[in-house]
Design a protein around this ligand. Structure first.
Ligand SMILES: Cc1ncc(COP(=O)(O)O)c(C=O)c1O
Length: 397
């Protein structure tokens, strides 16, 4: 007899993976689908990183690794925080995991007790919501205005903090909006966190290297909240290493120690080969990804121009990442043949079946009027995608 735990039944599948899978199924049937669903560009991992992994295999780096991560990777991470974010950590504060998603799971399973409130800005990356759920925490959502690129204000945060608040999760630059908080906005938030010593700030900065114009602003710069700050990062997005599965955190020692205990009982240390590759990545001079950012920026500009041409679509211009999160709601209520489209899910299914373009429904990020488009393909493919989207939207009556 099938029996699933109540905790897994309560969990929703990742809407991004669900849509990516559906798009791939259609592609495999020979249907010409343009997939703008996943959070990974078409870039290859740089050669010197691949070479480091090959060398690791040849050098016999095939054994279990320390739970915390190899000493050389931990050191590279400490140096990264020092050089790029101007914050000092010791090795007991660092933990390497199997991707930042795993890092986040460790953190939430470690710091959340039943009914603790976790403040999650909307739109959110779906994993935050589901892992809080898994940890039996209470999700407290706060939605910024569309005009403010969905960024929450310090005042909104202040209004949500209660004596049950355990943590706030912030993700700047953001998936799915591509928006990044300014230094001033961050400082106002940091000042509030400081007033609530029991509240932890979990700052997911995995898109830090994908900013188009200004430099990245990190919560690390507010040293007066260091005791409450947990930094999440990884190599997936910056170095085109999504498949290598290396993420990491820096936190007060008591948090890192507990996460390490959990990881020691669940997954152990991350892949020995990927860790060597990650050392090579973190020791990369920043010029390597500048070229890629220029490509992403060109795509961003192209996508914005195309969206502008579609009547009714509202949008914000992303200042980072490879995502844009336009508002399609002007088309809700319209019909294709006898079928009415009322939700982002229905719109994503319509665009998949009629335009043969895969986008992710905004409902998976908590905002039903929007859909997320990843500009992870080259401009030629994006052009074709927009021709199709435009035509399909025109066909809605
Ligand atoms: C906001 C955010 N954090 C973390 C991750 C996870 O990255 P990783 O590949 O290291 O698990 C993603 C991936 O999409 C993300 O969008």
């Amino acid at each position: 007899m099938e029996h699933l735990s109540e905790r897994i039944q309560r969990m929703e599948e990742s809407s991004t993976f669900a849509m990516a899978r559906l798009s791939k199924e259609l592609q495999d049937k020979g249907i010409d689908i343009i997939k703008l669903t996943l959070g990974e560009p078409d870039f290859a991992t740089p050669q010197h990183i691949k070479d480091a992994a090959k060398k690791a295999i040849d050098d016999g780096e095939t054994f279990y690794t320390p739970v915390q991560g190899n000493a050389d990777l931990v050191e590279a991470i400490i140096n990264k925080f020092k050089n790029e974010n101007n914050i000092e950590y010791n090795k007991n504060q660092i933990l390497v995991s199997n991707g930042a998603k795993h890092t986040i799971t460790n953190i939430f399973m470690t710091i959340i007790d039943e009914d603790n409130e976790i403040i999650i800005p909307v739109p959110y990356w779906g994993t935050y919501k589901e892992i809080v759920n898994l940890a039996h925490g209470t999700q407290v959502f706060v939605e910024g205005s569309f005009e403010n690129q969905f960024k929450i204000t310090a005042q909104q945060l202040r209004d949500k903090i209660t004596n049950k608040t355990r943590a706030i999760f912030l993700n700047s630059p953001s998936n799915p909006t591509g928006a990044a908080y300014t230094k001033k906005e961050m400082k106002e938030i940091a000042d509030i966190i400081k007033k609530h010593p029991k509240v932890m700030l979990v700052s997911d900065e995995i898109y830090e290297h994908l900013k188009f114009d200004e430099k990245h602003e990190s919560f690390a710069q507010f040293d007066y909240i260091k005791d409450q700050l947990i930094l999440v990062n990884g190599v997936s997005k910056a170095y085109a290493m999504t498949g290598w599965r290396i993420g990491y955190m820096a936190a007060p020692e008591w948090v890192t120690r507990a996460c390490k205990k959990l990881q020691g009982q669940t997954t152990s240390g991350a892949s020995s080969i990927s860790q060597k590759a990650a050392v090579a990545a973190l020791n990369t001079k920043s010029d390597i990804y500048k070229e890629r950012i220029a490509i992403l920026k060109e795509r961003r500009d192209f996508v914005v121009e195309e969206i502008k041409k579609i009547p009714g679509l509202k949008y914000n211009i992303p200042s980072a990442t490879f995502y844009i999160f336009p508002d399609f709601s002007a088309y809700y209520g319209k019909f294709f043949k006898n079928k009415q489209i009322n939700t982002s899910f229905e719109m994503s299914m319509y665009l998949l079946s009629e335009a043969k373009v895969g986008l992710v429904a905004g409902s998976g990020f908590g905002v039903d009027k929007c859909l997320r488009l990843s500009f992870t393909e080259d401009v030629k493919i994006l052009k074709e995608a927009f021709n199709r989207i435009k035509k399909a939207l025109d066909n809605l009556k």
